[in-house]
Design a protein around this ligand. Structure first.
Ligand SMILES: [Fe+2]
Ligand SMILES: [Fe+2]
Length: 159
């Protein structure tokens, strides 16, 4: 991002990058959690759940990439060391169930994780609205995908 592009950001760039980096950490934790549960899920209808988790994991990794790109454009760098991902995240890592066939628990974990993501991106959208239109556009795009993720898994719970 050039000088003028940064100059029009009507927020503290340092704070903004800090928020974006926290969301970046969340995305990596969500990616790993979903990817891990996709690899290990067993029991009834495991193939369907595996496929859904893989789709979500792919989206979260994409979100991490989009955030990394924006952080870089804002003149900073995303968190470099995996050891810092959990420390830097908004929420603690949700541990996958020991019983890999506990599909209800998996669904609840995803629903909780998505609810957290929705809160984070909604806050970021409010914070950047009218102040940083580029970030606003990205966080609302991600927000709409997280809303979709929550919906898919909440529907499973209601069955
Ligand atoms: Fe995400
Ligand atoms: Fe998500």
């Amino acid at each position: 991002m050039g000088k003028q592009a940064r100059a029009i950001v009507d927020l503290s760039l340092k704070d903004l990058v800090k928020d974006l980096n926290k969301a970046y950490c969340d995305e990596w934790l969500a990616f790993y959690l979903y990817w891990y549960m996709a690899q290990t899920v067993s029991g009834r209808a495991y193939e369907d759940i595996k496929e859904m988790l893989e789709k979500l994991a792919k989206d979260e990794l994409e979100h991490a990439g989009e955030l990394a790109d924006l952080i870089t454009k804002l003149g900073d760098v995303p968190v470099a060391n995996p050891i810092d991902l959990e420390k830097g995240a908004n929420a603690a890592y949700l541990t996958p169930p020991k019983n890999t066939a506990d599909v209800n628990r998996i669904i609840r974990i995803v629903a909780e994780s998505e609810a957290g993501a929705i809160e984070v991106y909604n806050k970021l959208a409010k914070k950047t609205f009218g102040k940083d239109n580029v970030t606003y556009q990205l966080v609302t795009h991600i927000l709409s995908e997280e809303v979709g993720h929550e919906e898919v898994f909440e529907n499973l719970l209601e069955r």
